[in-house]
Design a protein around this ligand. Structure first.
Ligand SMILES: Cc1cc2nc3c(=O)[nH]c(=O)nc-3n(C[C@H](O)[C@H](O)[C@H](O)COP(=O)(O)OP(=O)(O)OC[C@H]3O[C@@H](n4cnc5c(N)ncnc54)[C@H](O)[C@@H]3O)c2cc1C
Length: 323
């Protein structure tokens, strides 16, 4: 019987997000003969996502339910379990994102199948499948032999190319029902924060703030620089610990993985746990007053100096005003 791979899709502003397109490429590499389905869940998916027919998969599975109007790990996990039980796929593939990390362990435990998380590469050799992923805070790469035919896998963002749309393609669009009980908690309200992480993963330019930016004034400088460059701000755990920003902006092992064209690390030492999230950047510029900081080992360009001197000079150059 044909193997079935389900990709748990994520979407934003009318389009599947880049990790979902990366999952399509990964699924094709994993099992070329399999039937690949892209699962999208939400309240009004068909209204929210355009071009449903053009993604390079065998079918789209649409699950609409009012309880899925916004992501909740409780509701999405329960819906995914219901889909798994109805379709009995061989493999479920999703991104190692906030959503993938939140719901894949629940499903793994409920259906009693292994979960391989944060995988960076697949390899088939003599009919055996191997996964590669980083362990021990990125200090070692682990190669795992997959012994079970049925499993869950989360893939590290930006390790596979995003699958292009297929113009003129006509996918089968299948609608499925899930019965989900009332949630145990309900949303009371949402408050927009000054900076949020939407778009961080796909940003082309990221200015990184570390403990060396020290205070609100330093954070404002980094934010201004990012604005002038048309980019966004990401941070190290050091900056989160200073209480200057939310952990959703954190880059690294326990934060987001990014691959911008340009990453400017300001006052960031370059701990391995931070570097695993940023070293796919095409160009890295580091600004640090310590010439021995490990960030300089991975940077393409290094500026040895105080961020409170260098960033205002860059801003002045870009803005032609002193701040
Ligand atoms: C299990 C685990 C998971 C982790 N996950 C993450 C993660 O996802 N992301 C992450 O970032 N960290 C993570 N960490 C923490 C990580 O080990 C480091 O502690 C953290 O990255 C350090 O942040 P930092 O570089 O901002 O601070 P520091 O290491 O304190 O470095 C600050 C740097 O700023 C420089 N500096 C100071 N003042 C100035 C100035 N005025 N001008 C210029 N330079 C200046 C200093 O020379 C120094 O190099 C994790 C740790 C563990 C154990």
């Amino acid at each position: 019987m044909k193997e079935k791979i389900i990709i748990l899709g994520e979407y934003q502003q009318g389009n599947p997000s880049s990790i979902t397109l990366e999952c399509i490429t990964a699924a094709k590499q994993l099992q070329r003969e399999a039937e690949i389905s892209l699962l999208l869940m939400g309240d009004e998916v068909k209204k929210d996502v355009s071009d449903l027919e053009q993604y390079d998969v065998d079918q789209m599975i649409i699950v609409e339910n009012p309880f899925l109007s916004r992501f909740s790990s409780e509701m999405y996990s329960k819906a995914l379990l219901s889909i798994w039980n109805q379709l009995q796929p061989t493999i479920l593939l999703c991104g190692h994102t906030d959503i993938g990390k939140a719901i894949s362990p629940y499903l793994s435990e409920k259906v009693d199948i292994p979960l391989y998380s944060n995988v960076e590469d697949f390899e088939s050799y003599e009919r055996k499948l191997y996964f590669t992923r980083s362990v021990y805070s990125g200090k070692l790469m682990e190669r795992v032999e997959v012994n079970e035919p049925t499993f869950l896998v989360t893939i590290k963002p930006k390790k596979w190319e995003a699958a292009p749309k297929k113009v003129g393609r006509k996918n089968i669009i299948r609608t499925m029902e899930v019965t989900i009980e009332k949630p145990i908690s309900s949303l009371i309200g949402l408050e927009q924060k000054k900076l949020d992480s939407v778009g961080l993963v796909d940003a082309k330019i990221i200015v990184g703030a570390g403990r060396g930016i020290q205070n609100e004034e330093g954070f404002a400088l980094v934010t201004k620089l990012a604005e002038l460059l048309g980019g966004t701000v990401g941070v190290s755990r050091g900056a989160v610990e200073l209480g200057l920003c939310d952990a959703t902006l954190q880059l690294g092992q326990t934060g987001k993985t990014v691959a911008p064209d340009l990453y400017i690390a300001c006052g960031i030492s370059g701990a391995i746990q931070h570097l695993v999230g940023v070293t796919s950047a095409k160009t890295i510029i580091a600004i640090n007053k310590d010439p021995k900081a490990p960030i300089f080992e991975v940077a393409d360009y290094g500026v040895i100096g105080d961020v409170f001197d260098i960033i205002p000079a860059l801003i002045k150059e870009l803005d032609n005003t002193t701040i």
